[in-house]
Design a protein around this ligand. Structure first.
Ligand code: HDE
Length: 708
């Protein structure tokens, strides 16, 4: 799967890595150390001496090990890989990564949650960051996106507000990595532009099964510029080849306890097992002339362009095939920036994007501490860098020569400027004619239509999950006025959604509300302009928004738990394992104890996890082979039925051998005799077909009685 690229980037990183094998331990000054366990003392039981330069160097370095975590997206995991282009897009752009199909471009991708601290759990209900650094031969191009096609706010000015609102409340620093609290809903219900992205945060997209099973979106409209200087608008998409899948909220809560590194581990293990995740790069391209043909503004980052209106053209593929060597050096120190673009790609006037262009340099200065952050190996471009910038903290480059200015003759006129035809960057010459104002275009003030479209486009199971999410989150809020304000707003988007949530909350939807503060126009706006306009219906449904539209046929990398005890039916287990592993699934033996388990043929099989050290929520499917003795033992273990019942509740595939039927009958599985994903004595390929469906959501409404 995927070809291995040894890029210049990789060689650079290797050259910078300190090998810890076969080397004498030294201080940072290169002095060989002969005792790393004892402080220099005046006598064996005497006081420590200040002159102990070895101790002081070691402790000082340790004291400074942490750098400030990212203000947002602090919790993340990353991997290296490469991008390959399917078709030459020179009709639209001169960027080499989008025109030269012979090139393989190295990438580094970091996935993250937004709200939580660095040590928070992976399964928070949250938007996920999806940041891609392309090391192109023309310089670094960063596509710093999220896993939702829209953002919360329209103007950069409101970013600190929404982040303050979602972060733990300042008086008691509660709750960590959770949006279910008053300050967040206070803000969301007043800044109605945020309702759309908020609805995505209430959807299953916010609790993904894996980073490898998420879509990515550049969100903003960018420009593509071709060699003739002609511009097209473009939105970027990443489509995962494993499909888009999520877990249920009950699982998310339990996974955070059972394995808070679930997503991090999942990405790491898939790559270690050579199951390289990949995404296709998609582009929605819009001619400049069509800029105003939509009922929303292309510059508004709270709107997506429905794929039914502008199809996504799949133009290339990205594969992640290598884990970082060192989390800090690479994942923590990588510095993304939406302003890192290459000739052929340019910005639009999206006011959110424009604000980001300022913020990301500023944040790197405070996090990485120096304008030389581009010299950290993970951030270095693969092409050489020459300019007259000099010095500053932690400068790595030893700049030679006398001249550090331009123009010069003493340096031979170098580094010289490049003509546009020779690859020099030129900003798109957009004609601008306007008054200097602090305000927002009326074309940005439709806040209800797209969330309404999103809700309408979801399958009943997705809508159900969303209703539960809103009910849960608002149920955690303590201020009734905030909850009722939210209900009123939700009623404007979808009466069905609002009614269901109101029932869950035990509250009435108010007939009118007063928006105490203007939402987007400015404090002087009149009361009439303070309510967002009614929802428009320019598209009845956009099927592409539902995860059911984004499934994949494969069971590759799915975790299948096989529950066994001594005496299990080896033949049946081996037959199924062979088929599933042939399809690249991960098959794990779970037994009442660790070590090895004995089959009915007397063979020893290593146990992957004892049932006491693992949980059902960490697996996609369950198979219980027969074997009289094995089933008799499993029946006596208290956690076995819980394990099975949880799998049933979470709508997963369960397969039993015929003589494992007693366990089936002891559990909630017996309540679903006609269920297409609870199978007895089925063929491994038929079980695989059920697993590939991800979940049998039809079961879900009947599972409320199952107590787990
Ligand atoms: Fe970010 N954002 N952001 N953001 N963002 C950061 O930069 C910011 C926005 C996104 O894995 C920070 O290096 C402002 C939209 C990702 O390292 C910071 C605004 C989108 C990541 C910052 C936005 C994003 C960040 C924190 C409003 C989706 C993680 C650390 C104008 C298109 C990148 C850092 C990584 C990180 C500011 C809005 C995505 C503080 C001011 C819209 C994926 O600079």
């Amino acid at each position: 799967m995927g070809k291995r690229v040894v890029s210049k980037k990789e060689k650079d990183l290797a050259a910078n890595s300190l090998q810890s094998v076969d080397q004498a331990m030294t201080t940072n000054q290169g002095i060989k150390i002969n005792d790393d366990a004892n402080t220099l003392r005046a006598g064996e039981r005497g006081p420590s001496l200040l002159e102990d330069f070895i101790l002081r160097e070691k402790i000082t370095h340790f004291d400074h090990e942490r750098i400030p975590e990212r203000i947002v997206h602090a919790r993340g995991s990353a991997a290296h890989g490469y991008f390959e282009l399917y078709e030459d897009l020179s009709e639209f752009t001169k960027a080499e990564i989008l025109t030269d199909t012979s090139k393989t471009t190295p990438v580094f991708v970091r996935f993250s949650t937004v709200a939580g601290s660095r040590g928070s759990g992976d399964l928070a209900r949250d938007i996920r960051g999806f940041a891609v650094k392309f090391y192109t031969d023309q310089g670094v191009f960063d596509l710093v996106g999220n896993n939702t096609p829209v953002f919360f706010i329209q103007d950069a000015m409101k970013f600190p507000d929404i982040i303050h609102a979602v972060k733990p409340e300042p008086n008691n620093e509660i709750p960590q990595a959770a949006s279910a609290h008053d300050t967040f809903y206070d803000f969301i219900s007043l800044a109605t532009e945020s309702l759309h992205n908020h609805m995505w945060a209430m959807s299953d997209r916010a609790i993904p099964r894996s980073f490898r099973m998420m879509e990515g979106f550049g969100i903003h409209t960018f420009r593509l510029i071709n060699a003739k200087g002609k511009s097209h608008f473009a939105r970027f998409h990443w489509k995962p080849l494993l499909g888009v899948h999520s877990v249920t909220w009950d699982e998310a809560v339990k996974i955070n306890g059972a394995d808070p590194d679930f997503h991090r581990r999942d990405l790491w293990e898939a790559i270690e097992n050579k199951q390289y995740p990949s995404w296709e790069l998609g582009l929605q391209i819009i001619a400049e002339e069509d800029e105003h043909k939509f009922e929303f503004d292309l510059l508004d980052a709270t709107k997506f362009i429905p794929e039914e209106l502008v199809p996504v053209r799949r133009v290339g593929k990205m594969t992640l095939d290598r884990n970082p060597e060192n989390f800090f050096a690479e994942t923590e120190q990588v510095a993304f920036h939406p302003g890192h673009i290459v000739p052929g790609i340019d910005f639009t006037n999206d006011p959110l994007l424009q604000g980001r262009l300022f913020s990301y340099t500023d944040t790197q200065l405070s996090r990485l501490g120096t304008p030389n952050f581009h010299e950290i190996p993970i951030n270095r471009p693969v092409n050489p860098v020459y300019n007259n910038q000099r010095d500053a903290q932690m400068r790595m480059t030893i700049d030679s020569g006398r001249s550090s200015y331009f123009p010069n003759t003493l340096g031979g006129g170098c580094p010289y400027l490049s003509k546009i035809a020779a690859g020099g960057f030129e900003s798109h010459q957009e004609r601008i004619d306007g008054s200097k104002i602090r305000g927002r275009s009326a074309s940005f003030s439709d806040h209800f239509s797209q969330p309404a479209l999103f809700f309408r486009s979801l399958q009943p199971w997705e809508q159900r999950h969303m209703i539960n999410a809103y009910t849960f989150e608002l149920g955690k809020c303590t201020t009734e006025a905030i909850k009722t304000r939210m209900l009123w707003l939700m009623n404007e988007m979808s009466p069905e959604l609002a009614a269901a949530v109101a029932t869950g909350l035990g509250l009435k939807i108010p007939e009118t509300i007063k928006m105490p503060i203007n939402r987007n126009i400015g404090a002087d706006a009149s009361p009439e302009t303070q309510q967002p306009g009614a929802a428009k219906n320019y598209l009845d449904k956009s099927p592409a928004l539902s995860q059911s539209y984004l499934k994949s046929e494969t069971i590759a990398t799915r975790q299948i738990a096989v529950l066994v005890a001594d005496g299990f039916n080896e033949q049946n287990m081996a037959d199924k394992k062979k088929v599933w592993e042939g399809m690249n699934a991960f098959v794990k033996l779970i037994a009442p104890h660790g070590g090895v388990v004995l089959s009915d043929a007397g063979n020893e099989h290593p146990v992957d996890a004892s049932i006491d050290t693992t949980e059902s929520v960490l697996f996609d499917a369950l198979y219980i082979p027969g074997g009289e003795q094995s089933i008799a033992t499993l029946k006596t273990h208290g956690k076995v039925v819980k394990f099975i019942n949880e799998m049933v509740k979470h709508c997963k595939t369960l397969a039993f051998d015929d003589d494992a039927r007693t366990l089936h009958d002891l559990s909630a599985a017996k309540e679903f005799p006609a269920d297409q994903a609870i199978l007895i004595d089925a063929k491994p390929v038929d079980i695989a077909l059920a697993i590939a469906e991800h979940r049998n959501w039809k079961r879900e409404p009947m599972t409320t009685q199952i107590a787990v």
